[in-house]
Ligand binder design. Structure first.
Ligand SMILES: CC(C)(COP(=O)(O)OP(=O)(O)OC[C@H]1O[C@@H](n2cnc3c(N)ncnc32)[C@H](O)[C@@H]1OP(=O)(O)O)[C@@H](O)C(=O)NCCC(=O)NCCS
Length: 146
């Protein structure tokens, strides 16, 4: 049985320990600083099965746009995929950020699974941003209306 709870500082080490493997060997850990597990606990969640980490979502309410929220990272253990854990994490996030009306996220153009997943849970592709982070990578910008 999958159980969801708010992220805690102690979860950070567990998540970064798994994250590169969960992203198929891409070096992702540096993009997920501990601060999400300290200052964004209200809108960040961990999924567990039998006390073991099954997935996580790190997001926040926009400081700049009153109507918006943003998801920085969502990941599910490959052993737990395809069972609705990613969807469940997003549903908890949507509930946490309401009455905000827009949730945004960004993913790599090459990450077709991520684009398919986000589309399945109601995100729309807004545009492709070239050199989005100033380091050459193209990104898919997506939004979900609540
Ligand atoms: C993307 C990811 C979070 C999906 O998690 P998940 O728990 O397997 O997804 P769910 O089981 O909740 O699936 C929800 C919907 O998305 C669809 N979906 C999920 N993964 C998919 C894939 N690889 N290809 C196509 N559709 C997919 C499911 O079919 C489902 O749709 P449905 O309800 O209409 O049948 C997971 O594959 C992952 O961690 N990937 C690596 C990390 C990553 O790329 N994260 C996103 C970028 S930050």
């Amino acid at each position: 049985v999958i159980e969801l709870r708010h992220a805690e500082p102690g979860d950070h080490a567990l998540v970064v320990d798994r994250i590169d493997e969960w992203w198929g060997g891409r070096p992702m850990a540096e993009m997920l600083p501990r601060l999400f597990f300290v200052h964004f606990r209200d809108t960040s969640f961990v999924a567990e099965e039998d006390g073991r980490l099954a997935g996580f979502l790190c997001g926040f309410r926009s400081q700049t746009y009153d109507e918006e929220a943003y998801v920085h990272f969502v990941g599910v253990d490959p052993a737990c995929r395809g069972r609705g854990v990613g969807r469940l994490l997003y549903e908890r996030f949507f509930a946490a950020v309401r009455p905000r009306t827009v949730v945004r996220c960004v993913t790599s153009t090459g990450n077709e699974a991520s684009v398919a997943f986000h589309t399945s849970i109601g995100f729309e592709i807004e545009r492709i941003a070239e050199n989005h982070d100033g380091r050459g990578g193209d990104r898919v910008l997506m939004a979900r209306r609540l």
